[in-house]
Design a protein. Structure first.
Length: 351
C-alpha cells in the first residue's frame, strides 16, 4: 500500500518506462525521501527472494528466485502447502520415482513463482535446473515445460515470467532458440564481458551480472577490503556492461544482482534494474541520504568502445582468459546444483 510501482510488460514497456524516467529525472541527485523511494525513480527495483511475505512487505516491481532461495523459503512453515501441492503433483504426473521427483521439483518452482506473480506487478524469474547448464537441448525442453506449467496455472508467461538460464555457451545458445519462440529469458551467473556480449547478441531479454560474487573473488585474491561500493570490481563490471549495451543499442536489460552491501546498490543507481535481498531493501528504506545517478544511457552512447561479435571458440577462449568469470561461473553452477539436490532430498522424504 505504501509503494505503488508502475506496471511493467517485459522489454517494450520497460523501454517506455525508462524513457519516462529520463524525461522526468533530469537531475543527477535525488533527495527528499528515503533511498528506496529515490532509487525507484532511477531504477526498477526487484526483490531477490523466495519469501512471499517479504515481497508483500516491500512491494518491488519484479521478483527473482533460484534453487537456493526456494530452499530457504521451503523451510518456512507458512509455505508448507506449496511443498505438499508439489509432492502431490509429482506423484500424479510421474510414472517412475525419478520422474515423480522431477515433476515435483518443477511444480515447486512454478508454485512459488505463481504466488509471487500475484503480488508483483511485473515479472517473476524462475530458474532452469543448474545441472542442465551444459545441456542446450535439455535447457530448452525444461524452459518450454516451465512456460507451459505457468500457462496451465492461469499465468500469462509472456507478460509475467522470465526463465533463468546459466550463462554458459550452451545456455546462451538455448536462449537464442527460446527467445525466437517468444519465451523470455533471464541469463544468470554472469560474471564477464564474454558472457554479456554473447547474451546480447542472441537477443536475451535480460542479464543478471553478479556484483557481490565478483567482489568476493577479488577480495580473496588480493586481500583488498572494498568499502560500500567504492572502487568495487563488481560495480565496475556491471557499469562496463551497461555502458557497452547502451553504446551499441542492445535492448537486453541489465539487472545487477548478488549484492554484499548497500553501497554497491547505490553506486549502480540508474542501472536498468537491480535485484535486491530484503535486508538491503530495508536498509534503503531506513536511509535518507541523497542518491546520485551513476549510470546514464545518454552518456554511455558517447563513450569510446569497440563492438565485438563472438563465435564459440572466441567465447570460450575469452572466458577462459578471465579467471574470475571462469571460477565464479563454475562455483555458481555447483552451488545452485547443490541447492537443487537438497530440495530433491526434502521432496523425496515426502513422496
Amino acid at each position: 500500500k505504501k509503494y505503488k510501482p508502475q506496471r511493467f510488460d517485459i522489454r517494450r514497456s520497460f523501454e517506455a518506462s525508462i524513457a519516462r524516467k529520463l524525461a522526468k529525472n533530469q537531475r543527477t541527485t535525488m533527495s527528499g525521501s528515503n533511498q528506496f523511494e529515490q532509487l525507484k525513480k532511477l531504477t526498477v527495483l526487484v526483490a531477490d527472494t523466495g519469501d512471499i511475505e517479504a515481497i508483500k512487505k516491500y512491494k518491488p516491481q519484479d521478483a527473482t528466485t533460484n534453487p537456493s532461495l526456494i530452499l530457504s523459503a521451503s523451510k518456512i512453515p507458512e509455505y508448507k502447502s506449496l511443498i505438499t501441492e508439489a509432492v502431490e503433483y509429482g506423484k500424479k504426473e510421474g510414472k517412475t520415482p525419478e520422474a515423480q521427483l522431477g515433476e515435483a521439483m518443477d511444480a515447486l518452482a512454478v508454485g512459488f513463482g505463481t504466488e509471487i506473480s500475484k503480488i508483483v506487478p511485473g515479472v517473476v524469474s524462475t530458474e532452469v535446473d543448474a545441472r542442465l547448464s551444459f545441456d542446450k537441448e535439455g535447457t530448452i525442453a525444461k524452459a518450454r515445460k516451465l512456460w507451459a506449467m505457468y500457462k496451465a496455472r492461469g499465468v500469462d508467461p509472456t507478460k509475467k515470467v522470465l526463465i533463468k538460464i546459466a550463462s554458459t555457451w550452451e545456455g546462451i545458445q538455448a536462449a537464442k532458440v527460446l527467445e525466437a519462440e517468444g519465451i523470455h529469458v533471464n541469463m544468470t551467473l554472469l560474471f564477464g564481458m564474454a558472457q554479456a556480449i554473447s547474451c546480447a547478441e542472441v537477443g536475451a531479454t535480460l542479464i543478471s551480472p553478479f556484483v557481490g560474487r565478483i567482489m568476493d573473488w577479488y577480495s580473496a585474491k588480493t586481500g583488498t577490503k572494498y568499502v560500500e561500493g567504492k572502487d568495487d570490481p563488481g560495480v565496475e563490471s556491471v557499469t562496463k556492461i551497461y555502458n557497452y549495451y547502451k553504446k551499441f543499442g542492445y535492448k537486453t536489460i541489465v539487472m545487477g544482482a548478488s549484492f554484499r552491501n548497500k553501497g554497491q546498490i547505490t553506486e549502480l543507481a540508474g542501472c536498468d534494474k537491480l535485484t535486491i535481498a530484503p535486508k538491503f531493501l530495508q536498509a534503503l528504506q531506513d536511509s535518507t541520504e541523497p542518491i546520485v545517478c551513476k549510470l546514464d544511457a545518454k552518456k554511455a552512447e558517447g563513450l569510446q568502445s569497440e563492438k565485438m561479435s563472438l563465435d564459440e571458440k572466441t567465447f570460450r577462449f575469452m572466458l577462459n582468459n578471465d579467471a574470475m568469470a571462469t571460477e565464479k561461473l563454475a562455483e555458481g553452477i555447483r552451488k545452485f546444483g547443490g541447492a537443487a539436490a537438497s530440495l530433491e532430498d526434502i521432496l523425496k522424504k515426502l513422496m
